[in-house]
Design a protein around this ligand. Sequence first.
Ligand SMILES: Cc1cc2nc3c(=O)[nH]c(=O)nc-3n(C[C@H](O)[C@H](O)[C@H](O)COP(=O)(O)O)c2cc1C
Length: 166
Amino acid sequence: MECFDVLRARRSVRKYKKGAPVPAEHVRLMLEAAMYAPSAVNSRPWEFFVTDKDSVKERLMQAHPACKMLSTATLAIVVCARPDLQPNHGFWPQDCGAAIENILLQATDLGYGTCWCGCYPSEPRATLVKEVLGCQSVPVAIIAVGVADESPSCKGFYDASRVTFI
Ligand SMILES: Cc1cc2nc3c(=O)[nH]c(=O)nc-3n(C[C@H](O)[C@H](O)[C@H](O)COP(=O)(O)O)c2cc1C
């Protein structure tokens, strides 16, 4: 797909075809896309946890109140921040946001549905998800990935009132 089409095709999907395969090479492409994102002073302050295990997805659903779509999604990719790699500034939420969006767009291009489920800066969500992963980094978002079993309408549109040309 062209970039123009990928951007406009992406939707948040909350119902997936349970058990639909997502091959390892596609997971690799999504993670690679994430790591092509720009980051402040090229610090790349991120790490990624990937699971297709129902038991782990279940624990993530318990930790995060708005990611129930993981019950049908094939994968959860958790994007975590490493603020320790940016000791002199705090651009890591922006850096991780760029990585997250790259995953969504790469997944769309590969034909998958996704949903971005925010963790940080919600303290309870970030803390509980961190416990599930057993990591030291900061969970920024859980991304559900799978084959869509619904066709949500497009929510994006151009709003001229939010733009000022100076
Ligand atoms: C920072 C952030 C956090 C979000 N968290 C959740 C979430 O926890 N659960 C969920 O179902 N959707 C979540 N979403 C998805 C939004 O609800 C969705 O992007 C928005 O309604 C627009 O719909 P669209 O993605 O289909 O364009 C989140 C999106 C962003 C950017």
